[in-house]
Ligand binder design. Sequence first.
Ligand code: THU
Length: 143
Amino acid sequence: MVQRPGSGRINRMDLTNLIEAARAASGKSYAPYSNFRVGAALLAANGEIYAGCNVENASYGLSMCAERTAIFAMFANAMDEDERKIRVVAVVSPDAAPCLPCGACRQVLREFGCEEVVVEEGAGIRRYPFAELLPHAFGSEAL
Ligand code: THU
């Protein structure tokens, strides 16, 4: 059987790669106000990894989280609707571990079908099923 790219089981290697991509993205963070650097990397349904970092602003409220920057990168690069689905997102901060997505990012990740969140914990990683982080979520099916 021919498998679609990105449709197989997520293995340990995929998660390690994703954490490493998130770590690399955190190195690009622009966080001169909070000094809290964050990188996120998501594995999309097309098998590609899209990464992002937080980008702050002197007008604080205009700052953007790493997770949403990664989602915007997916939209900037993936063409088809069925490619623009998030299987799993990794979030890494050199300034805090674990670094879990904020509430706003959980809602936006949910919009694009995120199934799982992976963060660093101690010397290892921890996987959270998405529904554990945003139970009883609001989504398009309610409209
Ligand atoms: N931040 C993220 O980028 N992702 C998170 O999951 C938590 C918070 C950013 C927003 C802001 O630039 C800084 O971290 C401190 O809140």
